[in-house]
Design a protein around this ligand. Sequence first.
Ligand code: B12
Length: 480
Amino acid sequence: MRIKFILPALTEANSDNWRPIKYSLFPPLGLATLASFLREDDEAEICDEHVELLSIDDEPDLVAIEVYVTSARRSFAIADSYRRRGVPVVMGGLHVTACPEEALAHADTIVLGPAEEAWPRFLDDFRRGYAQKIYQSTRRDIAELPPMRRDLINSRNYLVPNSLVVSRGCPHNCDFCYTDSFFQQGKRFYTCSVEWALGEIERMPGRHLFFLDDNIFADRRFSSSLFHGMRGMGRIWQGAATVRSILDTELLDVAVEAGLRSLFVGFESLSQDAMLWHGKGHNLVSQYEEAIKALHDRGVMINASFVYGMEEDDETVFDTTVDWAIAMGLETTTFHILTPYPGTGLYQSLEAQGRILNRDWDRYDTRHAVFAHPKMSTQTLEAGYWRSYKRFYKWSNIARAARTKDRSLASLRHLLYVAGWKKCDPIWSAIIKLRQLDLALPSLERVLNGGDHGERQPRRGPATATRRHRKKIILGRTNT
Ligand code: B12
């Protein structure tokens, strides 16, 4: 059977002339996971429209499309085109799960929720010629997955081909997050086995890794065991975690020894009331500074996330947040306008109050205000959002943030890192066009490793480190 997997792009991500680096960072791991369930005699290809041109005049036996909210329109157009020519289309992913009726109008079959169990079931039925319309995953277990089909990913198209996910979901219940609706009807947070994760890491060449898990520290036992297993592999890595989990400094120390160099942290708001309102009460604003210090003291850079438009926010929120981020010496920030993704608790409550202004999913990209805010107009929210980026990434403010570091090496690393991400767009665009992203990776690794913390011994073969760890697990001596 010939299967074509497609990750459709946002419009701005498939221009031939201008491709922002953020769309060339990570390969489509969800699709590579699904491909791992195919038979040896199946032929598969993965086409990621963010990084390559998609031709849709071919006729594979099956087209499988991943649909995010912001690429829904494009996904449905691609699906319609194939189906008009009689090619069957199966769709899955976050938006399909949130809006199944909408997706059903464009697909022969849809799969709801994480698909590790439902997808093989669908494949069996499809091969026998009687696939159903809807498959819902209920059994959630990723302890022992087949190895991800990384051979289908053209690593030269990505700055971070070595990205991986070792868990699904999150134990928390923030009302703006996709997890509640996506993980309905089953477990909402679970991990793969440490063995599987180490095996996956072992198969990846080079040094740099990026964990795309929502919170890599969420299951302490698992994370601790994973990080112990990674010690000695000579890796450097980036990931995401919550403020509260960072304060577990024992775990943080092991993470740093295992190569942690930069962390995405969802601070979201400086207002405790806003955090409580949106179900993220585990974020204690009084602990933010302590968490930042814990990371910076260990040479870990921070990519901080902030959300504007929470219920109590007013026009002062933009400048207050940016001033604080600079004063804290945060290296990079991502600002978002609160976005009620369909299927979330936030969407339901705003819809019940008649406050959803817009159902054009293209605008659900966290840059547009799509709901009525009690104190700010959509124009105020959007202008404040853009002003925040402009102010935070002004050279003088980058320098101010870098100067908060007490070591000159750390300040220099701060400057180089921010300049590389935020001040080199034309260079990135040219590198992407020339398909030379793999050449940029060593520079990223050097900057990430520029602090003098964490593991510094020369790299041993990952295989050796993993074998050593496996032995420990078998002997039950893993220090978790
Ligand atoms: C990497 C990533 C990106 C990458 C690209 C995506 C990629 N390469 O896959 C980049 C950086 C480009 C990106 C950009 C954006 N992203 Co993003 N991103 C992620 C991230 C961190 C990881 C995705 C991932 O690999 N997941 C792991 C894999 C295993 O899971 P999965 O892809 O969901 O696949 C599973 C199932 O969904 C299902 N499945 C998926 N596809 C299919 C297809 C079929 C046929 C079937 C049967 C099943 C199926 O099976 C898989 C195995 O269970 C997620 C957060 C997350 N934890 O998922 C956010 C996330 C997906 N992004 C999000 C958003 C909002 C954005 C942006 C709009 C942000 C912005 N302001 O720019 C843009 C727009 C992207 C676009 N093109 O539309 C939201 C999506 C919300 C939504 N409801 O759709 C998420 C959930 C973050 C969040 N917490 O809000 N993103």
